[in-house]
Design a protein around this ligand. Structure first.
Ligand code: BG6
Ligand code: MG
Length: 218
């Protein structure tokens, strides 16, 4: 049995920021004259900011100059930052702290693997910036999920083989990235949406110590 490590996505897994991303994109879409639904938003989860704008413009059938795109990327991010400004330790999603505490107590290596360029400020806001053994975010990667780059770097920094790496993800793109890398994928959210995951839970309150032990010791 080899040593296992765990990589956590951030948005929608550790903190409830997925809704903030959605709101900010929806406002931009509405300003540009079209609607953007929660269902459409599923394809945006785990996807980089630049790629998300491309997807949004496709939905609205809009073409834009680079200058306009830069301006919209900035306005979306400014709105998003205004939401995360109000976050605190209380905004860690239910059940997450208990799992993190258990992993730390048992010296299981843990990493953050997020597409977000805002990951570190968010971790600081919720006071989780010191607990990860490695933090890989949107500033460290050039290829967005479903490319597994972010998780491959995370596992490497933890010194864990891909096959021994467990990934917690709320996005289709992130589950695909973990699967492509040959890692064990755990979907957090609707099992119908995240059907490619090896395991599914609605949220961390459903994850118990027995399940973690099974994953870590198999
Ligand atoms: C991912 C989110 O974690 O980060 C996406 O799921 C988001 O919705 C992406 O677009 C990039 O985030 P940011 O904070 O760099 O705009
Ligand atoms: Mg996510």
């Amino acid at each position: 049995m080899s040593r296992k490590g765990i990589i956590f996505d951030l948005d929608g897994v550790i903190v409830d920021t997925a809704g903030f991303h959605y709101l900010a994109w929806k406002h931009l879409a509405n300003d540009l004259g079209f609607d953007f639904t929660e269902k459409q938003n599923e394809a945006f989860k785990g996807v980089s900011r630049v790629k998300s704008l491309e997807l949004l413009l496709e939905i609205g059938k809009k073409t834009a100059t680079q200058e306009e795109k830069d301006q919209w990327l900035k306005s979306k991010n400014d709105e998003y930052l205004s939401y995360i400004d109000n976050m605190s330790h209380d905004d860690i999603l239910p059940g997450v702290a208990k799992v993190l505490d258990y992993l730390k107590e048992n010296k299981v290596p843990i990493a953050l693997g997020s597409a977000s360029k805002n990951a570190v400020p968010i971790l600081k806001r919720v006071k989780l910036h010191k607990i990860f053994d490695a933090t890989v975010d949107g500033n460290d990667v050039s290829k967005a999920k479903p490319n597994p780059e972010v998780f491959v770097i995370g596992a490497k920094e933890l010194g864990i083989d891909a096959a021994d790496t467990i990934v917690f993800e709320d996005s289709i793109a992130g589950i695909q990235a973990a699967n492509i890398a040959g890692m064990i994928s755990v979907g957090i959210g609707d099992a119908k949406v995240l059907q490619e995951a090896d395991y599914n839970f609605n949220d961390f309150t459903e994850i118990d110590i027995q399940f973690l032990d099974k994953l870590l010791n198999s």
